[in-house]
Design a protein around this ligand. Structure first.
Ligand code: NAP
Length: 466
């Protein structure tokens, strides 16, 4: 008789694609199911795990990175194997994983930027925030980003927390950043930076901004930086006033913004200017260099769904600037063999269960967590309940997967396949070698770590051993 799937003699075999917070919270949640015998293989494109904890969280927000301790425990669990430096869709394919695991969990995040679709967007010093964030965090894909900081004014488009991060990093004293794990190449360039002012543009009003109060407060506490708001930008229409009355974050943000608007400016200080109800319409440049951003004043209108949207008033203005960073949201990209919903830029799913786009039929044994599931919103901690909810769906499905043949699902099969392909995969002990190297290099400089920012260098350090 076949043992129950998840019984000691017939462990449930799970593959998680992506070693970021969503994937590792899912693993954590699975490991807590003490009555299910299971093994988890976590595949990750880079040798380094932890996704946005390493590549997204700003270097001056070290306390947020403490969550890595939880993820370390997950990867150290004897039931978990880490396979870093393995690209899904290149080194390993959907059908191969499907054959070898009972359940697949996609935790691939949102790896691409959204576009503003305005003229001049592709001029040389116009970059998506995702690249700029990757650049200062030492993400191997963005280490060579040609961001030119020898200009006086930068414009950051968008009103989320990523916009706050990017604006703050641009004007924070490099001496302070030098105490963090910011990538060395970024620190060097920020030391040479001539940026004096960062203008942050919200297309809607201050009540509709999606940044949170602690991040807004940080802007007002930066050494040698004035946070500036024009009080006229804080005059609210009736709908915004009503919205604010029901939104504690918006109320707290408004209070802070009024405080900034009333502050005395300091001659010679660097500035962050927060502007609202303003949309970029064109990036203007000569000889390939950005010289200005043409913007339009907006008003708020209630759309058919009762939401407040921005609408151009036909009143234009230009902001002289040499660098434009668009921080208007991230986007999941389709991955091999997995249904994708282009309307929401997410993996097609119902409550974490992957479904076929046209029929709504469940793709049995396949699940999604994190930004690829719900879109690019939420803090790292929001992934914990979200991943746990997907795990409940996985557990509920076990009786339906019971009948699958699994004689071919030997745990060593995946290692053999990767070796046969010449994939130089990284295990958890391998990552610990690199981790220890980075931390030791950081200790010597009084920093949490010095990041290694290319994959060949990472692999050389790992293969050299402890
Ligand atoms: P976000 O919070 O969704 O903000 C995106 C912003 O872009 C919104 O202000 C949006 O305005 C604006 N926008 C979108 N399209 C636009 C366009 N065409 N023109 C002008 N503006 C446009 O996204 P995010 O900042 O990328 O952050 C992603 C998630 O990570 C958020 O949940 C965030 O809180 C989180 N995060 C947290 C931290 C932290 O805790 N410190 C740091 C970074 C990120 P509308 O509202 O008008 O659409």
């Amino acid at each position: 008789m076949t043992e129950r799937l998840g019984a000691a003699d017939r462990p449930l075999q799970i593959a998680i694609i992506g070693a970021g917070p969503a994937g590792l919270y899912a693993a954590d949640s699975l490991l807590r199911k003490r009555d299910i015998s299971l093994t988890i293989d976590v595949f990750n494109r880079f040798p380094t795990p932890f996704g946005l904890v390493r590549d997204g969280v700003a270097p001056d927000h070290q306390s947020i990175k403490a969550v890595a301790r939880i993820f370390d425990k997950v990867l150290a669990d004897p039931r978990v194997r880490y396979f870093g430096n393995v690209t899904y869709g290149v080194d390993l394919h959907h059908r191969e994983l499907k054959r070898r695991y009972h359940q697949l969990v996609y935790a691939v995040g949102a790896q691409a930027d959204r576009r503003m679709s305005i003229p001049g967007e592709d001029l040389p010093n116009s970059h998506p925030a995702i690249s700029f964030v990757g650049w200062y965090n030492g993400h191997p894909d963005y280490r060579d980003l040609p961001a030119d900081l020898s200009v006086e004014r930068a414009v950051v488009v968008g009103n989320g927390n990523v916009a706050m991060d990017v604006a703050r990093i641009l004007v924070t004293s490099p001496d302070e950043l030098a105490r963090t794990d910011i990538a060395d190449h970024a620190l060097e360039r920020l030391r040479q930076s001539r940026i004096r002012e960062v203008v942050v543009l919200g297309r809607r009003g201050p009540v509709q901004a999606s940044f949170t109060t602690p991040e807004l407060r940080e802007l007002g506490r930066l050494q040698g930086v004035d946070a500036i708001v024009d009080p006229r930008d804080l005059e609210l229409d009736a709908v915004s006033q009503a919205e604010m009355a029901e939104d504690r974050t918006a109320t707290a943000n408004l209070r802070l913004l009024h405080e900034y608007a009333a502050r005395t400016r300091h001659p010679g200080a660097r500035r962050i200017l927060l502007r609202f109800l303003t949309s970029p319409v064109e990036i203007i440049g000569t000889d390939g260099l950005i010289t200005a951003l043409k913007v339009e004043r907006n008003e708020l209108v209630v759309d058919a769904n009762g939401a407040l949207r921005s609408r151009g008033t036909g009143e234009f203005d230009t902001i002289a600037a040499g660098l434009v960073l668009r921080s208007i949201g991230y986007r999941t990209v389709p991955i091999e063999g997995v249904p994708f919903d282009p309307a929401t830029s997410t993996i097609n799913n119902i409550a974490g269960q992957v479904v076929h786009p046209n029929t709504g039929e469940v793709v049995r044994g396949e699940y999604v967590v994190g930004w690829a599931k719900r879109g690019p919103t939420g803090l790292i901690g929001n992934n914990k309940p979200d991943s746990a909810a997907t795990v409940e769906a996985m557990v509920a499905d076990l009786p339906l997967l019971q009948g699958r043949r699994d004689g071919h699902r030997h745990p060593s099969a995946i290692e053999a396949l990767l070796r046969e392909r010449g994939v130089d995969y990284v295990t958890y002990p391998d990552w610990q070698v690199l981790d220890a190297y980075e931390v030791a290099a950081g200790r010597a400089e009084g920093r949490p770590r010095v990041k290694v920012t290319t994959v060949p260098e990472m692999m050389a350090i790992i293969r050299r051993g402890p």
